[in-house]
Design a protein around this ligand. Structure first.
Ligand code: ADE
Ligand code: ZN
Length: 334
């Protein structure tokens, strides 16, 4: 059985990170914005990173061509169309409004295009979705509050808030107040923690931000007390193998901690993070890590079940998806 036979959810995906060079060129052309590369191949050749910041510099530069509501629609719809082929049934996607509003693009334009595409994607591909607004952690908390204020009229379309961008030097505690405000507004909470930052940042995400999920969480393995806490709480980790390889969080996929996480009882899931930059969508991540770590059929079932169980779907919707995984697994085993 390979992963394609299993229905799955993706819980860690930055929409701006699904911006393929071909679409970037097409949108740049219609917006009459110059790109400092000759071709999509030349853009891809520039995607070599030695750490998170290397990547973020190029990622934010690429997002500059997104201006109109239709641009955000096209970006989002292309992602859904692509992952329908990976048997993805549900997605919980991040967007970074500050990357756009600081260039003068209205919040309404960004969320308008994204939410229209999510609706059409559900109608066209049967993929359900939740939208997560990420605050950029390299900016001050006051900027995050201003963004949260802009989001207020649209909270019916936003399931949660997250925390992304440059991790080192920007601990979760910097955003304690805005996360408390989001919690008071009834939103779910997630944060990138322990991708490059120390285990202490994961503790802060749990104890100070009170997150519902940890994005990445790789460095939790350095702290046995933290592992015990995460296992005891059944905390979902949204792990991103190809991202970890491309950003040098691991040197080799064969050394990736995913298998160990499962053995320890951590609720790990497989995700793509920024697929247009890291060489693969969620299905490619499943294929590469299955190969590198010789994951078993039982591991694949656990991983796909974790993706639904760790989602923000209702208990009834989770049960329906978990039953579909069991049905697909027993069918594939025949
Ligand atoms: N923004 C997009 N991808 C990210 C990642 N992997 N870590 C932090 N910020 C991000
Ligand atoms: Zn991420």
């Amino acid at each position: 059985m390979d992963h394609i036979s299993l229905p799955k959810a993706e819980l860690h995906l930055h929409l701006e990170g699904s911006f393929e060079p071909e679409l970037m060129f097409a949108i740049a052309q219609r917006n009459k914005i110059a790109i400092p590369y000759a071709s999509a191949e030349a853009v891809r050749a520039a995607y070599r990173f030695s750490n998170l910041q290397d990547f973020l510099d190029i990622y934010y530069a690429g997002a500059r061509v997104l201006i109109a509501e239709q641009d955000f629609y096209d970006l989002t719809y292309a992602y859904l169309k692509r992952v329908a082929a990976d048997n993805v049934r549900h997605v919980e996607v991040f967007f970074d409004p500050q990357t756009h509003t600081e260039r003068g693009v209205a919040f309404a334009t960004v969320i308008g295009g994204i939410s229209r595409a999510l609706k059409d994607g559900e109608a066209g591909f049967g993929i359900t979705s939740k939208l997560i607004l990420c605050f950029l952690r390299h900016l001050p908390e006051a900027d995050a509050f201003a963004t949260f204020k802009q989001a207020e009229p649209y909270l019916d379309r936003i399931a949660g808030v997250g925390l992304d961008s440059s991790e080192k030097g920007h601990p979760p505690s910097k955003f304690a107040r805005v996360f408390a405000a989001a919690r008071d507004a009834g939103l779910k909470l997630v944060a990138h923690a322990g991708e490059e930052g120390p285990p202490e940042y994961i503790w802060e995400a749990l104890d100070i931000l009170k997150v519902d999920r940890i994005d990445h969480g790789n460095r939790s393995l350095e702290d046995p007390r933290l592992i015990a806490r995460l296992v005891q709480e059944g905390m979902t980790l949204t792990v991103c193998p190809l991202s970890n390889l491309k950003l040098c969080v691991v040197n080799d996929l064969a050394q990736h901690p995913l298998k160990r996480m499962l053995e320890l009882g951590l609720k790990a899931t497989i995700n793509s993070d920024d697929p247009a930059f890291f060489g693969g969508y969620v299905g490619d991540n499943f294929a590469a890590i299955t190969d590198a770590l010789t994951l078993s059929q039982a591991d694949l079932i656990t991983l796909t079940k974790n993706s639904f169980a760790g989602s923000f779907l209702s208990e009834g919707e989770k049960a329906r998806h978990l039953a579909a995984v069991d049905a697909a697994a027993s069918h594939a085993a025949l």
